[in-house]
Write a new protein. Structure first.
Length: 353
């Protein structure tokens, strides 16, 4: 073969090296699926695919479904084949009524309580940022219990009539990569936030602010921190299940509420964030370290003697998770499937491995 032919053949071969694998269709997949109220993008992905994280391959660069977040209850999804690849064709369901106009909400990737609670609102805060936020000074009459309409004071002047949410710092997580990778040292600390109450600024002076309690979930305490309450504009909730790069890994370093064991639909903290390339919607497989076996042939046992040689057995699959919201060095993720309760410390790897 001439050199030019070899070069052209190689150029044609290159895309196949990086092409995404074909989505794995489930057995008895329906030809048509009618979207129901309460469906999520993850639910619908599971109707068609064994690997829901491959969902974007059914619609990405697909003229049939330009935006999967504009799918509504009643719409019909038709499974078709284009050049040997499965695709979904969308037929919109429009119900006309001379009496009323019905406004439908498009489906979201996950249930609304997860999307709004953990994607739209702040749940993690860096150690540095926490030190600069307004904090609760207390109440003028030293009351320990406050109800709706009562007044509290903050230690910074805040814009009049603005609304703020009171949070309490609960768990603290750290990340230190310097011991393993000197070329990209990271030494960071992040804290989890628990929602306490919503307040509105009623008066301001040079050093403090007076705020009225609008709603509360539990008792407000001195030193609780304040963050602006999201009151206008729609949060960006448009992400879909997707596959992270094969080389990407992370560690589950804790559960958001500090519980010792983690199971399905728990929200966890990962030690990788958007500066590491993590994006909302990334799906990871979860593995815990396999057992160590010690002893000689004929007398193997699981007892852990750090001075004795041991054989490390293979890792054990414990579930899957999806990233909800990446922060700078950390991320929040939700466990989509738990094969068994597991402790923090499991590793998250790309499902393409």
């Amino acid at each position: 073969m001439k050199p030019l032919g070899i070069i052209l053949s190689f150029m044609l071969f290159i895309p196949s090296l990086f092409a995404a694998p074909t989505p794995l269709l489930r057995n008895n997949v329906p030809d048509v699926y009618i979207v129901k109220k309460g469906d999520t993008l993850w639910d619908i992905s599971g109707v068609f695919l064994e690997n829901p994280w491959s969902w974007p391959q059914l619609w990405e660069k697909n003229s049939f479904i330009k935006n999967p977040h504009l799918i509504y209850p009643g719409d019909r999804l038709h499974l078709i084949w284009v050049n040997g690849q499965p695709k979904l064709s969308l037929k919109k369901h429009v119900k006309l009524s001379p009496k009323a106009r019905v406004i439908r909400d498009p489906i979201t990737t996950l249930p609304g309580y997860l999307m709004l609670e953990y994607v739209a609102e702040n749940k993690l805060i860096s150690h540095e940022s926490a030190k600069t936020q307004p904090q609760v000074l207390g109440s003028s009459d030293e009351r320990g219990y406050l109800s709706v309409g009562d007044i509290v004071w903050a230690d910074q002047p805040l814009a009049p009539t603005t609304q703020w949410r009171v949070y309490r710092i609960e768990e603290t997580f750290t990340r230190n990569d310097s011991a393993t990778d000197k070329s990209s040292e990271v030494d960071a600390k992040v804290m989890t936030l628990k929602e306490i109450a919503d307040l509105t600024v009623t008066a301001v002076d040079d050093k403090t602010s007076q705020l009225r309690v609008d709603t509360y979930r539990q008792e407000i305490s001195q030193n609780d921190i304040l963050l602006p309450l999201l009151v206008s504009g729609e949060p960006n909730l448009s992400f879909s299940p997707s596959t992270p790069p094969e080389s990407m890994t992370a560690n589950v370093i804790g559960q958001l509420e500090g519980r010792s064991y983690i199971s399905s639909f728990d929200v966890v903290v990962l030690d990788r964030g958007h500066l590491d390339g993590v994006e909302s919607g990334f799906v990871f497989d979860l593995y815990k370290q396999g057992a160590k076996v010690q002893g000689k042939k004929g007398s193997y046992h699981y007892k852990d003697n750090p001075l004795a040689s041991s054989t490390q057995l293979g890792d054990v699959s414990v579930g899957k998770l999806m990233v909800l919201r990446p922060y700078e060095y950390f991320s929040l993720a939700v466990v989509m499937q738990s094969l068994e309760p597991f402790k923090p410390g499991v590793i998250a790897v790309s499902p393409t491995r």
